[in-house]
Every structure is written in C-alpha cells, then in structure tokens.
Write a protein that binds this ligand. Sequence first.
Ligand SMILES: [Zn+2]
Length: 114
Amino acid sequence: MHELGIVLNTARTLDELAEEQHLTAISSVTLEVGEVSGIMTDYFTDCWDYFKGRHPLLRESTLKLVTTPAVTICGSCEKTYPTVKYGRQCPFCGSYETWLLTGNECIIKEIEAE
Ligand SMILES: [Zn+2]
C-alpha cells in the first residue's frame, strides 16, 4: 500500500498548507512523480479518488500527475544518463559506480485553491 501512504502524506501536507494560507478547498493538485519511484500512477489516482471523498478539503480536487524522468550520475566519468534506458551501468565508461540523481521522488509541484 505504498501509494495510499503517499496519498495520506500528501493530504497531510496540503492540510497544513491550507491552514497556513486559510484555504477552504483545493481545486487541483499537481504532483511530480519520479519515473523510478515505484508509484503506479493508475493505482495512485484510484487511491486519491477514494480518499478525497472522505476529505472535505480535497473533495472537489483534480489530481494531475507529471512524470519526471530518472537521471543517474556516474561516479567515474561524472556524466549523467537516463536511468530507465541504461540501468545501473554507465553507458559512457561501463562503470557501476553510479547514483540516482532524480526520479525517486514524489513532490507537490503546484496547487490551485479557491
Ligand atoms: Zn561513466
């Protein structure tokens, strides 16, 4: 239930934001979801729809998911490359000394409120 956990976390963050900025309803939420975050976007949307019906702040909200590409950096040659295409091995020098730079996150990019 990875997705539901993220939905709950996101909702908690939005609650805090709404309180700070005196918002009563959020009309749309844009989330950036990393390509290798393991989040299944269809399932995530289902969880969101289920949850928002029980959460007044989000009841009328639309969820937009934007996928951000995963990028890996190589520790040997310091080049970056697309993670999904090449995996853990650097396509430039063949090194396995590589780290994921982006692509594992789920962040709130933008909200629209009334
Ligand atoms: Zn390399």
